[in-house]
Design a protein around this ligand. Structure first.
Ligand SMILES: NC(=O)c1ccc[n+]([C@@H]2O[C@H](COP(=O)([O-])OP(=O)(O)OC[C@H]3O[C@@H](n4cnc5c(N)ncnc54)[C@H](O)[C@@H]3O)[C@@H](O)[C@H]2O)c1
Length: 507
């Protein structure tokens, strides 16, 4: 059951349409979710994010092969508190960041909207996220809003080296490069955390590794930390577990379950990037091909919509009758994977579950069947069952392997079963802008909340903030919102200025 608390927020920003959201004056509904309430089942390891690959197309990795750890580098300002692949790439990285800014309007509005105010003045944010042009825009927005930041990568493959260099050149201590080893990964986090003269008071995490590391290695830092903002399913799962066990010692905001994350990142981002990932890796024409999508949640819905538009013959597998019924009514045949395994040309997993595609399915698949995963876990496809003596693996191009059966049958495995779009294509900046803005607001909220508003628990952002994030992105489309009259507001029992829906509304 959802517990709800009434609370006020302490930040004020201009809306794109000129009105101002005054979080200080408003009492708002805040969903506080306890550890054991109605969430989907999760089963990721703490370092999932460190090994999942993430889109980093365009980030060069062919430069100097020596480890950045062995090299002494300095910025033009003479700073050396960073570790990136090659600081000389900063200029190129800066251009990438400038381009990304254009597609991230809400963060730019936040910068301007603060009107010289620094809602994050005094904040010392320790971050662990993918280091791409999009996150660079977020990091630099936090700096404009007054925060000091130190950053490490949450993933060993995803760093755009030039962007990391540009961030370092711009004065943010960054510890990350593309192709870190597992050991490098933890070394970077430790260097990021372990600055002797700098103590964090906020954490922005994606995957939970940073939070986990501080708990394990530097627990005393939590005395100063006002809160954690976490984006990923994996990290949120850990936080809820800690909360349930009474081991969570600071408040945390769950960005993953914000409407502005789930309904945009999961659905629209996947709808566009599934095709990009498939085209870049296979070059196959999909019109008329038979495709099965496992899981009809947000990601599955996006993938199905995109592929249907190409003229594919679509099947869906589901365990949940509600999602199965949605798939039926959207015009998809709901089947068991085993029933269609022989005939399909493409299998896409997006369940967040493990071993959804097993050896029994793989045995039936036809020669040339393409297999890929869009879910967060790289265990949706039982790859272990493909690592047997009689099967031969052939790397045919980056991120594309053929698994060859003794009779010559080939299964085309993309991105080694990791997230296809994040491994093999780019993700639309505009969608990431929505999530990044939510992260920034969550940080501001936790940082500026009066003592006692947030306890040692995991919270969702107030719906008012979700609406605010959406509002900031509307001008891009020249969208004109209607306004409720006083009479209509009274009739619906809502405030004229929102929130427009109750917390249980599902969109
Ligand atoms: N690739 C990306 O860019 C991206 C973006 C967002 C989320 N994700 C990840 O994608 C996964 C799915 O996200 P979502 O928002 O769609 O989640 P969701 O919970 O809305 O949907 C998952 C669906 O899979 C179904 N399912 C579970 N086990 C199944 C099984 N054995 N067979 C068939 N169906 C099964 C569930 O009933 C559910 O409807 C998560 O792991 C999430 O972290 C990926």
């Amino acid at each position: 059951m959802d517990k709800r608390e009434s609370c006020g927020n302490s930040v004020a920003f201009k809306q794109p349409h000129g009105t101002q959201i005054e979080f200080t004056e408003q009492k708002q509904e805040l969903s506080k979710r306890t550890a054991n309430t109605g969430r989907r089942t999760l089963s990721h390891s703490i370092s999932q994010s460190s090994t999942d690959s993430y889109g980093s197309v365009g980030s060069g990795s062919s430069e100097d092969e020596s480890s950045p750890r062995d090299r002494s580098q300095k910025t033009h300002q003479g700073l050396s508190d960073f570790c990136v692949k090659n600081i000389k790439q900063a200029e190129f990285g800066r251009r990438e960041i400038t381009n990304a800014q254009k597609e991230m309007p809400a963060l730019m509005v936040l910068r301007k909207g603060a009107g010289g105010e620094k809602p994050l003045a005094g904040a010392k944010v320790l971050g662990c996220t993918h280091i791409t042009a999009h996150t660079a825009v977020l990091i630099e927005t936090l700096s404009v809003l007054g925060a000091e930041c130190r950053w490490a990568a949450c993933n060993i493959f995803s760093t755009q080296n030039a962007v990391a260099a540009a961030l370092a050149e711009g004065g943010t201590p960054v510890f990350a490069w593309k192709g870190e080893s597992e050991e490098d990964f933890w070394w970077c986090i430790d260097r990021c955390v372990g600055a002797e003269t700098w103590q964090p008071n906020m954490i922005l995490d994606d995957g939970g590794d940073l939070t986990h590391w501080i708990h394990k290695k530097h627990p005393s830092l939590f005395q100063n930390i006002k809160g954690v903002v976490e984006e990923s399913v994996t990290g949120i799962h850990r936080l809820y577990q800690m909360s349930k066990a009474g081991r969570l010692i600071v408040p945390a905001i769950n960005v993953n379950d914000s409407v502005t994350k789930q309904k945009f990142d999961n659905l629209y981002s996947c709808k566009e990037s599934i095709l990009d990932g498939l085209k870049r890796t296979t070059g196959v024409m999909f019109g008329g091909k038979q495709v099965v999508v496992c899981g009809y949640g947000e990601v599955g819905k996006g993938c199905c919509a995109a592929l249907k538009a190409l003229g594919t013959i679509m099947y869906v597998t589901e365990v949940d009758p509600i999602c199965a019924l949605q798939a039926c009514m959207d015009g998809f045949r709901v089947v068991k994977l085993i029933e269609v395994a022989r005939q399909v040309d493409l299998v896409i997993t997006c369940t967040g579950n493990k071993h959804v595609v097993g050896r029994e399915h793989l045995e039936r698949m036809k020669d040339g069947c393409i297999l890929c995963n869009m879910g967060n876990s790289s265990s949706e496809i039982d790859l272990g069952s493909l690592q047997t003596a009689e099967l031969r693996w052939e790397r045919v191009r980056p991120q594309v392997d053929h698994v060859v059966w003794p009779d010559g049958k080939r299964i085309v495995l993309l991105a080694e079963g990791r997230l296809l779009n994040l491994s093999c294509s780019t993700v639309p900046s505009f969608v990431l802008s929505i999530t990044a803005t939510t992260q920034a607001l969550a940080l501001i909220e936790l940082y500026s909340a009066p003592e006692g508003r947030y306890k040692q628990d995991v919270y969702l952002l107030p719906k008012k903030m979700d609406e605010y994030v959406a509002n900031l992105h509307l001008p891009t489309f020249d969208a004109h919102l209607s306004e409720v009259t006083d009479e209509q507001a009274k009739y619906l029992g809502i405030s004229k200025h929102g929130p427009f829906k109750p917390n249980y509304y599902r969109y």
